[in-house]
Design a protein around this ligand. Structure first.
Ligand SMILES: [Zn+2]
Length: 789
């Protein structure tokens, strides 16, 4: 303990003076031996009114609505200090408290770095002051809010770290000694403190960060390599990156050794050897490891550390990603180029795209080629914008691409999923990647309305555009050096026949690496206008050329299948196409609007996917030739009829684990928690717990239909009652199945006269039961196939 105390003091002695964090960081800060270009610091960039500015503003409101003392609840408890406020619920109450705090610190720091926002700076400063106080109470650098369940009791998670220090390491993959990814959570806090120091220049952050880094280093340094690899089997976020960054800030090689020790060989060695062994891996666990290695390449110049990043990015973006640029199905990578069977309601976890964009920035800095930003733009427009509701600032976890799916949004105080955390950051940095530069050239990479004012370089300009709704952008130079200055405009890969004018006159620029480069002496008022005509394109899945998504310019289109509030029980539309698939869509007046006739004759309307926040959508559509449709039609129609019959018989549905549906159905429970498993929300009931809800019912015999996960079998027993009368006792037996299963419980009788509603009680006698959906049907033919969520 003596040594760690010294480390804390060493950290404290490194205290920087108020407002001078930037100036006191040693020479390695910002060091990037590989970097050919760097992003223009966000403090020189202001977002102009646009949907990006709206997203930023909604996110800022959410950041300010969160109370750091609530995010720190478990931290106070861990240090045996009085906790002034209760903890939040959702994931914040499930063992990984602190992950949200870490993202929140980073997000606040990003806002402050961009706009200098005083309100956000003040709440960030308060959080840091409290963190310093809590850390001092521990006295050894520890600062955490994770908990662990032991013998049926939830206890402080510091015990896990102390066990690991002694070489007592047990891990399955997601847990470390029974704690749910404590190192993942630790990384978020470490990264948040780094951002508070580097981006927000808050003088409190560095000493807290150094003491925190010292505590964990003290835990991990004694471990053998074999023990370390065992620890690294559990998800650990970008812990290698945060130590690399700590080294960059301080020049202290202790942190470099830590960063290099946190190398998960089972994943990073194959990637370094350029082998794609990603199938079956949890996607978001891997991306940050690669980012950390990329950062180490920048700091050490070791070319071996660059290979994994380049290879991984290429494999993920070209062989494991959907049309919106996101990846993963139920959080996992599948086989390369096999996407057509993996278009479900649980595609594209938001965190993955957040992390892939971070990796993209590193790779671009090494090789300033426009294609990196073609990918960046695709993800930012079609996934990141889609995953935040611009009105509430709330977030989507999975971005569902299956036909008929809808988005499930977080709530402000009850969700705190990983994707809420990364979402807070994603929407705090819309200004940070628009402009890049090297010594000679200003690169314009993203067409986001903004103003650049960069006094150090004598550069100021306005970027005005209605992108992504219109394919044109104007750059007006406000100030420029007296000597010549090159400006490089990215020519998007999707544009067809882009043209450039200077002050209204056609201009032939130099074309280089996907950019139009104009090198001249600028006069204030000079206007460059880039026209980027858009066209409609069909993008098939790699493994099934007849499974098609459509894009128009940079935007992915989706068929609008009705309001999210209405159930969707059809199969999803198909198209009959004999020639070019894009010929099936007909342009309409309005921005990015198209119509098509479905194979069954219905009129479909296609609009940008990202903006269909409250709709049920279809992104990928199966297409048939006329002959193929003739053969497939009967089966398709039959399946469609079954789905629709189910829809007609459905009187009421409650989606469990979702706030509004539970409220609408008078949900109540003894304890019970919400979980998100297999891409859907559910209620988890343990032995002895009960829940009840009220469903509408039509007169006459009925069927209660319940959706469980097929893998949840054996050693579980649940009793169901209807209006107080026993209905069924369900003890589901194996073998387990890797899909949702639907169980029908016929209800005799006619329902209580004139009441129109029925109270359903579930009580668990043995084991755990996850219940996803409860549906009331009027009795009819045998139940049809499972509906989509
Ligand atoms: Zn996530």
């Amino acid at each position: 303990m003596q040594a760690t105390r010294r480390e804390l003091l060493a950290g404290a002695s490194a205290l920087v003076l108020p407002g001078s964090a930037r100036a006191t960081t040693p020479a390695l800060s910002g060091s990037n031996r590989a970097g050919k270009v760097a992003a223009v610091p966000a403090r020189y960039v202001r977002l102009k009114p646009s949907r990006f500015a709206d997203a930023f503003a909604a996110n800022r409101r959410y950041l300010l609505a969160l109370d750091p003392e609530r995010l720190l609840h478990n931290f106070y408890v861990s240090a045996t200090l009085p906790a002034p406020k209760p903890a939040y619920t959702g994931w914040e109450a499930q063992g990984i408290a602190g992950h949200s705090l870490g993202h929140w610190l980073s997000a606040c720091a990003l806002v402050v770095a961009n706009t200098g926002d005083r309100d956000v700076a003040a709440t960030l400063d308060h959080a840091l002051a409290e963190m310093a106080r809590i850390q001092a109470a521990h006295g050894d650098g520890y600062l955490g809010g994770t908990t662990v369940d032991r013998d049926g009791t939830t206890i402080d998670g510091k015990i896990v770290f102390e066990e690991v220090r002694r070489g007592d390491i047990r891990t399955g993959g997601f847990d470390l000694n029974g704690g749910w990814v404590p190192l993942y959570t630790w990384h978020k806090v470490h990264a948040g403190l780094l951002d508070a120091h580097v981006l927000a220049a808050n003088p409190r952050a560095l000493p807290i960060m150094l003491a925190l880094a010292g505590y964990l280093a003290g835990v991990l340094e004694p471990l053998t390599d074999a023990q370390m690899q065992q620890v690294l089997r559990a998800e650990h976020g970008g812990l290698n990156e945060s130590y690399a960054e700590t080294y960059a800030l301080t020049g202290d090689t202790r942190w470099l050794r830590m960063a290099e020790k946190i190398r998960h060989k089972a994943v990073l060695d194959p990637l370094t050897a350029e082998h794609d062994r990603l199938e079956g891996l949890h996607a978001n666990t891997q991306i940050p490891k690669v980012i950390g290695l990329a950062r180490l390449y920048e700091l050490t110049g070791d070319p071996g550390k660059a290979t994994a990043g380049r290879f991984f990015h290429d494999r993920v973006t070209h062989h494991h990603s959907y049309v919106i640029g996101g990846n993963s199905e139920r959080e996992h990578f599948g086989a390369p180029d096999a996407l057509s069977k993996r278009v479900t309601e649980a595609t594209c976890e938001a965190c993955n795209s957040y992390n892939m964009l971070k990796l993209t920035r590193h790779l671009y800095a090494w090789q300033p080629d426009a294609h990196w930003f073609d990918y960046y733009e695709r993800v930012q427009l079609n996934h990141i914008l889609a995953h935040q509701r611009p009105d509430t600032g709330q977030f989507v976890y999975f971005m569902p691409l299956s036909a008929g799916a809808r988005r499930s949004y977080s709530t402000a105080e009850e969700s705190f999923w990983c994707c809420v955390g990364s979402g807070m950051e994603s929407h705090a940095k819309h200004a940070d990647s628009i402009f890049w530069s090297d010594a000679d050239t200003l690169y314009v990479n993203l067409y986001i309305p903004s103003a650049l004012d960069w006094p150090d370089r004598m550069l100021a300009c306005d970027l005005d555009t209605a992108m992504p709704m219109e394919g044109a952008a104007t750059l007006t130079v406000r100030r420029a050096p007296r000597s010549s200055q090159a400006i490089a405009l990215r020519i998007p890969e999707w544009s067809v026949g882009a043209t450039l004018t200077l002050n209204g006159q056609p201009l032939q620029p130099t074309l280089r690496n996907g950019y139009a480069v104009i090198d001249r002496t600028w006069t204030p008022g000079d206007r460059l206008r880039l026209a980027m005509p858009m066209r409609l394109r069909a993008e098939p899945t790699p493994d099934d050329p007849r499974m098609i998504a459509f894009t128009h310019g940079p935007l992915v289109l989706a068929a609008d299948l009705g309001p999210a509030s209405q159930p969707f029980d059809g199969l999803g539309p198909a198209l009959v196409v004999d020639g070019l698939a894009s010929a099936a869509l007909h342009p309409q007046a309005g921005e990015h609007r198209f119509t098509a006739r479905s194979s069954l004759g219905d009129m479909l309307e296609f609009t940008p996917f990202f903006a269909q926040y409250d709709r049920r959508t279809a992104v990928y559509l199966p297409t048939f030739t006329t002959a193929g449709w003739a053969a497939a039609k009967d089966g398709y129609v039959r399946a469609q009829a079954e789905r629709q019959s189910l829809a007609r018989r459905t009187v009421d549905i409650a989606y469990l684990g979702e706030m509004q549906p539970e409220r609408d159905h008078g949900f109540s429970a003894t304890r019970s928690e919400t979980v998100q498993l297999h891409g859907r929300s559910a209620r988890k009931l343990r032995a002895g717990q009960t829940m009840s809800l009220t469903l509408r019912r039509r007169p006459g015999p009925a069927v209660l239909q319940v959706v469980y996960w097929g893998g949840d079998v054996d050693n579980r027993e649940i009793a169901i009652r209807v209006d107080g009368t026993p209905l069924a006792v369900d003890a589901r037996k194996g073998p387990g199945e890797d899909r949702f299963v639907v169980v029908d419980y016929p209800i005799a009788g006619t329902g209580e006269q004139g009441k129109g509603t029925t109270k359903i009680d579930f009580s668990v006698r043995r084991g755990d039961v996850d219940i996803y959906e409860v549906r009331m049907l009027s009795a009819g033919a045998a139940a049809g196939a499972l509906s989509t969520a």
